[in-house]
Each structure stands twice: as C-alpha cells, then as structure tokens.
Ligand binder design. Structure first.
Ligand code: AHG
Ligand code: MN
Ligand code: MN
Ligand code: MN
Length: 347
C-alpha cells in the first residue's frame, strides 16, 4: 500500500468510534495522549548514552528501589514521569497506577477528573536498556468505579483491582529497530509503525492474528530447577524434538523484555512462559498481573491467541493487590491449552 494511503492512529480511532455514536471522544483523546507519551519515551530511549539516560536512578545512598524491590533505571523513572505528564491534564482519567509507584497516582485537583483508569508498566525490559536491546511500555485502560466518577473522589487501591476481562483497551509500544504501537480497543488488534518523518503512528498491521500452532517457545531456562512438574514436562517434550512425543523440533528464544517476546509471538506465533515456580514462595510468579499480564493477555486473546496462569485464563483472575505477581503463559492457542491441560492432569 502506498505510504500516503496508510491510516494514522488518529484516523483509526475515529473509525473505531463510529461504532459508538454516543461516544464523547474522551477515550480517543486518552489513547492519543498515551501514544504521545510513548513517542516521547521512544525519543528519549533513542538518545541512549548521548542523552545521559542509561544506568541506574541514583538517589542519596545509592540506586533507588521500587515498591517491588527492583533497582530502578533512570529510564524507569523518566518514562513513569512522561506517562504522568502526558496523561494527567486531559480530563479523561480518574487516576493512574504504575509499576514504579507504590500507591495509585491521584490526578491533581487543578485538573478535571474523568472516567477512566490508566495502569501501566512505563518501561518493560528495563534491564536491557544498558545493552541496547528492545524495550517497551505496556498499558491497560479500565473504567473507574461509578461513585468515583460521580464524586471525583481520590482513588484507592481497591478501585484498580478489576479482572482483566473488564479492560476497555490495552496495548503496548515497542522501542525496537522501529517504534511500534499495538492496540486493542476490544475489536481485534491493530499495529502501527512510527513514521519518523511525520511523527505519527501509521497503521501497518491492521488485523493481527496469532498463528495457532508454533515450534517456538520462550522461557528463562535458568529457573528450571524451580519449575513445577507440568512446566518441566512441557519444556522436556519441546526439547525432545522430532523423536519425542511432539514429533517436531522446537526453537527457543529469550529476550528478557516480555513486551518484545509478546510482539514476536503476535507476528509469527510461539509461546511464552514465566510460570509460577518455587524460587521464592513469597512471589507466585515474576510478572505483575495488572500492568503486564492483563494488558498482554487482552491483546493475545483479541488476536486469537490465549493467555493463562497455567491453570486458568489470566483475564478471569480477580486481583487482590495492585502489584500482585502471577504465573503467566501466553501465545499460540494450542500450546497454551496444552500447558493448561498438563496443569490439570494428575502427575
Ligand atoms: P520490568 O523491566 O518492567 O521490571 O519487567 C521485566 C520482566 C519482563 O520484561 C521479562 O520477561 C522478565 O522480567 C525477565 O526476567 P528474567 O530476568 O528473570 O529473565
Ligand atoms: Mn521493573
Ligand atoms: Mn515489565
Ligand atoms: Mn517496567
């Protein structure tokens, strides 16, 4: 398709809105603010060492630590600030929550408050920043509780504890060789590529579908001694290759940026596992439910793939904490269903 005929993200959103004649336009404005934040982060990431943005975020006494005990990179903190600045003023949001903030962020009273909640991982894969490997931002849009919208009250953690199935929209930006913006407003999944000349996201992948079958899996194998038996069985069968029970050879990938793995899987199929394991009994999984598992799960399901804890669909889990961790398996439907089956079969 000639470049001039490619839709922009704005045009795509206007087209989608035509399905809802009563829509106020708030939602579209919100997504455009999120996309603007992602463009700003993409620029900052692209400057790397030249921009002085690599390395840890230093505070008095050493590197800062976020609420989940991780060392914060400068870009974790910066990206979080960009998300806040681009989204707090527009009047579309009742509040925000992020990986990098212990408690919900209250929209300052100097701005109007709106009806949506924005939950985000401002920079996913941030350990890869200093080695120039792809990173991204992940976001989830929820509706604020009716009484919060009506009263404009401050939000509590409980307001955010909604199952992933209630998401209004979800998406991510990927800062790779090109910057991409992947979005689902609950009507399939669309992919946009940043046109650096126009500074606009343009529709390049109109209806992304995850291939149902695959011969590629992604798991951090250094954790294998902590895996539960169903996961060990699944991986062993993949490794056994064409002479094993699967009757085919598998390939393996591990980028350590979940957002980049999710993108690869959307483009060419595959399965990703960061399962619950026995490494640290206080952490039932590595990835976070509200701003990693739920938005990526929503995208996968909207693209015809599947996302699971291993035991049940991720989108059905009722969250109990803002920063809750969970086992996560997603990707090609048949593989995820197989892994779920192994979890339900007696050992
Ligand atoms: P974040 O950078 O937002 O904290 O997330 C990192 C996550 C995820 O992107 C990746 O899949 C995983 O951590 C990598 O974990 P390992 O270091 O255990 O491989
Ligand atoms: Mn982190
Ligand atoms: Mn992350
Ligand atoms: Mn992060």
């Amino acid at each position: 398709m000639p470049l001039s005929q490619r839709f922009t993200l704005t045009q795509y959103l206007i087209e989608q809105r035509r399905r809802f004649p009563d829509a106020s336009g708030d939602f579209n404005a919100l997504i455009l603010d999120v996309a603007l934040a992602c463009k700003a982060i993409a620029r900052t990431v692209a400057f790397g060492e030249l921009g002085g943005v690599t390395g840890n975020h230093e505070v008095e006494g050493g590197a800062s630590i976020n609420v989940q005990g991780e060392t914060q990179k400068k870009l974790d903190v910066l990206s979080n600030q960009v998300f806040i600045q681009m989204n707090e003023w527009g009047g579309h949001l009742a509040g925000m929550a992020s990986e990098e903030m212990g408690a919900p962020y209250q929209i300052p009273t100097s701005y109007p408050r709106g009806k949506y909640l924005l939950v985000f991982d401002p920079l996913d894969g941030s350990s890869n920043i200093d080695v120039n490997v792809s990173v991204g931002s992940i976001f989830s849009v929820l509706r604020a509780p009716a009484d919060a919208i009506a009263s404009g009250r401050d939000l509590t953690e409980a307001d955010f504890l909604q199952p992933g199935a209630t998401q209004v929209a979800a998406g991510y930006a990927l800062y790779g060789p090109t910057t991409m913006f992947i979005l689902s407003v609950g009507n399939g999944v669309a992919g946009f590529t940043l046109d650096p000349n126009l500074g606009e996201f343009r529709l390049t992948h109109p209806d992304i579908r995850v291939p149902e079958q695959t011969q590629e899996f992604a798991i951090n194998a250094s954790n294998s001694r902590f895996w539960e038996p169903p996961v060990k069985r699944y991986v062993d069968e993949c490794l056994a290759g064409r002479t094993g029970p699967r009757g085919k050879d598998f390939n393996m990938r591990w980028i350590a940026s979940m957002v980049a793995e999710a993108h690869r899987i959307l483009m060419r199929g595959g399965v990703f596992l960061y399962p619950r394991d026995t490494k640290d009994p206080s952490k039932p999984g590595r990835l976070r439910l509200l701003y990693e598992a739920n938005p990526i799960g929503f995208i996968m399901e909207q693209a015809g793939g599947r996302a699971s804890t291993g035991r049940q669909p991720v989108l059905g889990v009722r969250p109990s904490e803002l920063h809750q961790r969970i086992g996560l398996v997603f990707g090609s439907r048949e593989e995820v269903e197989r892994i779920e089956r192994y979890h339900h079969e007696p050992a």
